[in-house]
Ligand binder design. Structure first.
Ligand code: BGC
Length: 363
């Protein structure tokens, strides 16, 4: 069996799984070869993987090596943060956390074309979504005739990842497979919900203005603008939802202005003076990702996608000159050193890794 297509799909969609997948593949073939020459191992591949924690990384069902292979085949469907833990955390209007149970979805059962006979998840759409003007009405409501997989007036119902399927109830099916929950959770749109993320970077400079070199990699350390999300408390890029009819490039600039620039220590006068510079800075973005986001809010019928743009201030004289501080509403914001140790919201770490690679920075 040629595993190269599987590995290339994995590296595109889930770079963090790649080393684990290569290791499992190598183990599989080593065990197979040893078996073929008549050596009987005291350990099975499953024992080795469990002891080495590969099971946790890959969440595979190791009943047999066949299932290893079938899970690897469907591994491009791995979405983790909407399957673990097996609950959907929802912050109610008074800030109280509610936990909605997600049905367990083992890795081998994520793909819609893999039979999963006992699959019968509950349906949950947050009460405020049902009445929100920015959200879709329920499927089947009189007058609601969405054009799936197309631009539907100002609403983009296309996925960056291709054509999504429809369920028997005429609702979109998550383009990466099962999540253990039906309904929309807290997301407004059925199908893809589009966001945009600015990845704004500068070099970490010491007091003498020199770029800081990381002692391990001997590469310069990059910093990005990180924001602490109100919903989960995790650090993330300062992205936001694309408004109907809005260009993605406009969204990234708007979100950065709203979420980051407003909390810089610059006075209104300084900001006005810098207006042109900031506007110009945001015309020089490079698209580094467009697709599905492994977001804890994803459900079987509604999911997040984003387009991430990299904006780099090489000299630190543009947006990089602004120091960031927590806003009045205590939302934290900072220039954060980039490294592989970061733990960020959803799959934002993938955008940050890409930014570091493109600039040959420490990772
Ligand atoms: C965030 C974006 C993020 C997207 C998907 C949005 O709520 O603002 O930063 O990429 O969700 O997780």
């Amino acid at each position: 069996m040629d595993l190269r297509p599987v590995l290339s799909v994995l590296s595109t969609h889930q770079p963090t799984y790649l080393p684990a997948c290569i290791t499992v593949s190598l183990l599989h073939w080593t065990f197979w070869l040893l078996g073929a020459i008549g050596w009987s191992s005291p350990w099975s591949i499953s024992t080795v993987c469990q002891r080495s924690d590969l099971l946790t990384v890959l969440d595979l069902d190791f009943d047999s090596t066949t299932s290893t292979m079938s899970a690897l085949r469907t591994a491009r469907y791995f979405h983790v943060k909407c399957r673990f833990p097996h609950e959907y955390r929802y912050k109610g209007p008074e800030g109280q956390i509610q936990r909605i149970v997600r049905q367990e979805v083992p890795a081998g059962q994520i793909a819609w074309d893999t039979p999963y006979d006992v699959y019968d998840p509950i349906s949950f759409t947050a009460p405020h979504v049902l009445t929100a003007p920015w959200a879709d009405p329920p499927i089947g409501q009189a007058g609601f005739h969405p054009r799936w997989n197309q631009r539907d007036g100002p609403v983009n119902r296309q996925s960056h990842e291709g054509v999504y399927l429809m369920s028997d109830q005429q609702a979109p099916l998550n383009i990466r497979g099962r999540t253990g929950l039906k309904g929309r959770g807290t997301l407004g749109r059925w199908g893809p919900n589009h966001a945009a993320d600015p990845v704004v970077t500068r070099w970490h400079r010491d007091s003498d203005g020199q770029r800081r070199i990381h002692p391990d990699s001997q590469k310069p350390v990059l910093q990005f603008v990180a924001i602490q999300r109100r919903d989960t408390g995790e650090w993330a890029t300062p992205g936001g939802m694309v408004d109907p009819g809005e260009l993605v490039s406009e969204t990234v600039k708007r979100e950065f202005m709203e979420e980051a620039m407003d909390s810089t220590q610059a006075t209104a006068q300084e900001k006005a003076a810098n207006f042109e510079m900031v506007r110009d800075f945001f015309t020089r973005g490079q698209e580094i990702y467009a697709g599905y986001v492994d977001d804890p809010r994803n459900t079987d019928q509604a999911w997040m996608e984003t387009v991430a743009f990299l904006f780099h201030d090489d000299t630190g004289s543009e947006v990089g000159q602004f120091e960031l501080k927590a806003g009045d509403d205590a939302q934290a914001l900072q220039w954060m050193d980039i490294s592989s140790d970061l733990n960020l919201y959803a799959s934002h770490i993938n955008f940050i890794q890409k930014a570091a690679e493109l600039q040959d920075a420490h990772w």
